[in-house]
Design a protein around this ligand. Structure first.
Ligand code: 8X3
Length: 249
């Protein structure tokens, strides 16, 4: 039986690209997200992708999935569900957006991790991948909710690695920089496509979701005694959060 890889937030972007790539590389992928119509499209791309309605902010939804996976060889969890929901200064930020950002990026990843660890222990091996961000390594202005949430994700990865030491479960944090996906920046700017496009303006080659999927595949497919703690992945044009080479006409 193929090993199972569970991918959250699989309906688009990095999650969808990772689901496809892991399926193409021999995993039976459990692709979870809230939007079943998008997942149905994804499932058409590979027979090794099984789709499941999943809301990582809902404990019951996570428990339902975990119950379905009892006895299955769950060896990989990609905690990808997440996002930024504002671009406000902390002074102007909305506590409700703070809660929403933490629910999906932080508590959601914890819910899934808690649910999958027992299955991985039973299976005898596991790999938990946490998608943080360069925002989880360094602060930037008007990104407080997301910066704080992704710092928390980084802290979870570090804590988990200590707590799971001695168990055959790897813990990897992947911290992407500028990745141009269909939804990330558009969601952050509440649907304003002009503002979203500005993020990538003049950047010759921002990373793609497939680029990040490839780094995940690499970390996951290394021999099981090799643990990649942290991968910071940026496009060549982005030397740092505020140092981006743009060719502007
Ligand atoms: C996305 C990278 O620079 O928008 O995780 O925080 S950034």
């Amino acid at each position: 039986m193929k090993n199972y890889a569970v991918v959250t937030g699989a309906s688009s972007g990095i999650g969808a690209a990772t689901a496809k790539l892991l399926a193409a590389n021999g995993f039976h992928v459990i692709a979870g997200a809230r939007r079943m119509d998008r997942l149905a499209e994804l499932a058409k791309s590979d027979l090794n992708i099984e789709i499941v309605e999943l809301d990582v902010t809902n404990q019951k939804s996570v428990e339902t999935l975990a119950a379905q996976l009892v006895g299955k060889p769950v060896s990989v969890l990609i905690n990808n569900a997440g996002g930024a929901f504002d671009a406000a200064s902390i002074e102007d930020s909305d506590p409700e957006i703070w809660a929403k950002t933490y629910e999906v990026n932080v508590t959601g990843a914890v819910r899934m991790t808690k649910a999958m660890i027992p299955l991985m222990k039973k299976h005898g091996e596991g790999h938990i991948v946490l998608m943080s961000s360069t925002a989880g390594r360094i602060a930037y202005e008007n990104g407080g909710t997301y910066v704080a949430a992704k710092h928390a994700v980084a802290a979870i990865a570090g804590t988990l690695r200590l707590e799971l030491n001695g168990h055959p479960i790897r813990v990897t944090e992947i911290a992407p920089g500028m990745v141009k996906t269909d939804e990330f920046a558009v969601t952050r700017f509440a649907g304003d496509k002009t503002k979203a496009a500005k993020v990538y303006e003049g950047v010759e080659k921002p990373l793609t979701d497939a680029d990040i999927a490839e780094t995940i595949r690499w970390a996951v497919m290394l021999p099981s005694h090799i643990n990649i703690d942290l991968l910071v992945v940026r496009p060549l044009a982005q030397a740092a959060q505020h140092k981006v080479h743009r060719i502007l006409k």
